[in-house]
Ligand binder design. Structure first.
Ligand code: IPD
Length: 273
């Protein structure tokens, strides 16, 4: 374990996160522009995405540890950098959330970066690398986009709700997720699958989606977006009182959380592989 970096407020950690995430988003975007010829010719699809994912993660880890050497970083590609001491900051990073969109040039891919202390996320930023749109939050300080405080959707009935979701990569899991959706879709206004969980959570925080759920998310998919959604006043949780996690994450305004939660329990959305 290394020494603890200077104690910082959530606002100070957010300022670092925003600066580092913006630089990372520029790299992700540039690498896509440069590599796109390779996608169509020599490299495999996954080579291009993996190279960008790794390069962006390395850049973020290096930038964070240069500034705050006692911190840890958990990233999608390289895992945990070091074990963090009690009270120290652990950064949680998805270098490119929405990798399939990245591959296809759909403008829904993002750098997601959160600061966690003693297991509690205290600051987070999600930066859409294709568009530059950015959402931020600090614990107790609200959720924000472009100077506007976010407060989620005002819709109150599930049958009027536009509900976002996503699918895992494993075919057997997808089969279960598809079966759940086939039954849920008759009870909601419509379903959206935009392809980047961090952005889904930001859209639900600002009310562009009414609610969101997904099974199988990793911490780096939802650490920053989950704080942004909860600071916007949404309930972010799992099923039957469990915290949001791998088994299930539901994010919805208080009026929609219970009906969506109950439908997901009835449809066994957290079940299956
Ligand atoms: C994926 C995206 C997708 C979600 C998947 C995630 P990745 O992350 O967030 O929307 O449905 O569960 O794994 O692989 O693009 O970083």
């Amino acid at each position: 374990m290394s020494e603890i970096s200077a104690v910082s407020t959530p606002g100070e950690l957010l300022a670092i996160a925003v600066r580092v995430a913006r630089e990372a988003a520029v790299t992700a975007r540039r690498m896509r522009d440069e590599a796109i010829g390779d996608v169509q010719t020599k490299s495999t699809d996954t080579d291009v995405v993996t190279a960008a994912d790794k390069a962006v993660e390395r850049q973020v880890v290096d930038a964070l540890l240069a500034e705050r050497p006692g911190d840890g970083v958990l990233g999608e590609e390289y895992g945990d950098s070091v074990a963090v001491a009690p009270g120290a900051v652990r950064w949680i990073l998805d270098p490119i959330d929405g990798t399939v969109n990245y591959l296809y040039g759909l403008p829904q891919y993002a750098v997601s970066l959160a600061a966690e202390r003693d297991g509690v996320v205290v600051a987070g930023v999600v930066c859409n690398a294709a568009t530059g749109d950015e959402w931020t939050a600090t614990l107790g300080g609200g959720a924000w986009r472009a100077g506007r405080r976010l407060s989620g959707s005002v819709r109150t009935t599930l049958d009027q709700a536009l509900v976002g979701t996503g699918f895992g990569y494993d075919a057997r899991r997808r089969a279960h997720q598809g079966a759940v959706l086939a039954r849920l879709i008759t009870r909601v206004r419509d379903i959206r699958r935009l392809g980047a969980a961090a952005l889904d959570l930001c859209l639900v925080a600002e009310g562009t989606l009414d609610a969101y759920f997904e099974k199988g998310l990793n911490l780096w998919d939802h650490a920053a977006g989950g704080l942004i959604a909860s600071e916007a006043g949404l309930i972010v949780g799992g099923l039957s009182g469990a915290p949001a996690g791998k088994q299930m994450l539901v994010a919805a305004p208080p009026a929609l959380f219970e009906p969506l939660h109950d439908a997901l329990v009835e449809l066994d959305a957290a079940g299956g592989p």
